[in-house]
Design a protein around this ligand. Structure first.
Ligand code: UDX
Ligand code: UDX
Length: 459
């Protein structure tokens, strides 16, 4: 097929890679290029071992790569050759200077803008794919506006709502595609050019357009709402544990109200991932910046509740195990921040491991996909941790299992066999409420779910 249309994405990460793989698959008439400053990552995208694990991604990349999907480090050439440019570089929480610990670090975004400016020879549509503070588009426009050779730039906001582990499904069948633009003739024309790409597979009714600030803000607000639900149900889990109510029953009952809905009501050890904490703190910083301290405090409470939930989970372990973990072997089932991903960014498991080590426990980490990332996250304390992929081997000789990621495989293990190899009394702390607690108890375990009565064999 003639690929006369071209698209570029700068940033080959969790968002850029899968998004472009889906666009390339759904739009064979487009030639899609993905560039990144990280050479190792690009080599991996061009190999059989992709840099990220995402169900369904391998097949898409295998079929489109070399046909209309290309991975490269030649950013300069790519900018010259493409007029529709997605920017999907990371925007981590700033760890220095004003707003440290809260504001977004926009240095990579700005570097990319300057690079586009330097190499562009024809008009470009520059699309913010990364999640950004409101008004970032204005900064981009101002930087891109400083060009001597009269090239025109239009900036659009097109935030990504995919969740890791279900990225391909989310991209192929999105609830909505959001495109924000300036409401000028040019802005609307640019918006239409982008909508046309998505319209290859997304019904027009799901392509929503808005002014550019609503678009930037909506992404932060969507993540705030989702994370807020988790913090709310996690707060309720603490009340359940004190009252013998069962958070799973409460969530089911509450979620049956169609005004509330049933999704994102799983009590857990707390949310992780690269987005929730970063984006919510970003929103907090914006509120402070705009002189809205009460709003800032309200938003921040969602993150504080999440920190509390992680701490509470750890304290439950410590108290249940007679207030001492020194020399005890604790096995973690799961290290990724959720199932079906190798991603460990902001995973609650990182917090739990560090707390266990402070208590001088021995830690054995098991995970089907995330051990490589776990080793990197814990590189400063690696000497004190064992990494064992096989869960049976990992749990053998341990005093406790803490289930931290809801991988399907953990539901299906033979817990009778595991129990027989563990030190007694043996404990299970189910940070995801996915095990059959009664049957684990019947086997002999002392079981501590989240937000449900514990089941112990002690008088
Ligand atoms: C990123 C943002 O963090 C998130 O806020 C946004 O919603 C989507 O984009 P993600 O794809 O998960 O999320 O980030 P990451 O996997 O770190 O990928 C970013 C890529 O950009 C990295 O591969 C990095 O090497 C690359 N990059 C960064 C560049 O190519 N150029 C730069 O100047 C900086
Ligand atoms: C999230 C948003 O869902 C997505 O739209 C946005 O673009 C990026 O941030 P992601 O971080 O990939 O996606 O995963 P998500 O499925 O939202 O889970 C985030 C965290 O919340 C995980 O640690 C998960 O285990 C936890 N979670 C989720 C709960 O603890 N309980 C729930 O009910 C749901």
């Amino acid at each position: 097929m003639n690929q006369e249309k071209r698209i570029l994405c700068i940033g080959a990460g969790y968002v850029g890679g899968p998004t472009m793989a889906v666009i390339a698959t759904r739009c064979p008439q487009y030639r899609v290029t993905v560039v990144d400053v990280d050479e190792t990552k690009i080599t991996a995208w061009n190999s059989d071992r992709l840099p990220i694990y995402e169900p369904g991604l391998d097949d898409l990349v295998r079929s489109a790569r070399g046909r209309n999907l290309f991975f490269s480090t030649d950013i300069r050439r790519a900018v010259k050759e493409n007029d529709i440019i997605f920017v999907s570089v990371n925007t981590p929480t700033k760890n220095f200077g004003a707003g440290a610990g809260m504001a977004s670090d926009l240095q990579y975004l700005e570097q990319v803008a300057r690079m586009i400016l330097e190499h562009a020879e024809s008009p470009k549509i520059v699309i913010e794919k990364s999640t950004l503070p409101v008004k970032t588009a204005q900064a981009l426009e101002r930087i891109l506006g400083c060009n001597g050779h009269g090239v025109r730039f239009d900036v659009l906001s097109n935030p990504e709502f995919l969740a890791e582990g279900t990225a391909i499904r989310d991209l192929e069948n999105p609830d909505r595609i959001l495109i924000g633009s300036r409401e000028t003739d040019r802005g609307i024309k640019a918006r239409e050019a982008l909508a046309e790409i998505y319209a290859n597979w997304v019904p027009r009714t799901r392509i929503v357009t808005s002014n550019i600030w609503s678009s930037e803000l909506s992404k932060l607000v969507a993540n705030f709402f989702l994370a807020q639900r988790i913090s709310t149900i996690n707060a309720v889990s603490a009340v359940c544990e004190k009252t013998e109510a069962d958070v799973v029953e409460v969530a089911k009952i509450v979620g049956m109200d169609s005004r509330i809905g049933s999704k994102f009501l799983n009590a857990s050890i707390g949310f992780g991932g690269s987005c929730f904490k970063k984006d919510i703190l970003n929103l907090v910083y914006l509120c402070q910046h705009f002189g809205l301290p009460e709003v800032a405090d309200y938003v921040e409470s969602v993150v504080k509740m999440n920190e509390y939930q992680k701490e509470r989970f750890f304290l439950t372990m410590l108290t249940a195990m007679f207030n001492t973990l020194a020399g005890k072997r604790v096995c973690l089932f799961g290290f990724a921040f959720k199932a079906d991903t190798a991603d460990t960014r902001e995973s609650p498991a990182i917090f739990v491991v560090r707390k266990l080590l402070e208590e001088k426990a021995e830690v054995i980490i098991s995970d089907p996909k995330a051990l490589e990332n776990a080793r990197k996250d814990l590189s400063d304390v690696n000497g004190r941790i064992q990494y064992v992929e096989d869960p049976y081997e990992a749990a053998a000789g341990c005093h406790a299992i803490a289930l931290l990621t809801e991988w399907d495989l953990y539901r299906e293990l033979d817990y009778r066999k595991i129990f027989s190899t563990m030190s007694k009394p043996a404990f299970i702390f189910d940070g995801r409420n996915v095990l059959d607690h009664k049957s684990c108890f019947d086997i002999g375990f002392n079981v501590f779910p989240v937000g449900k009565p514990s089941l112990t064999h002690f008088a």
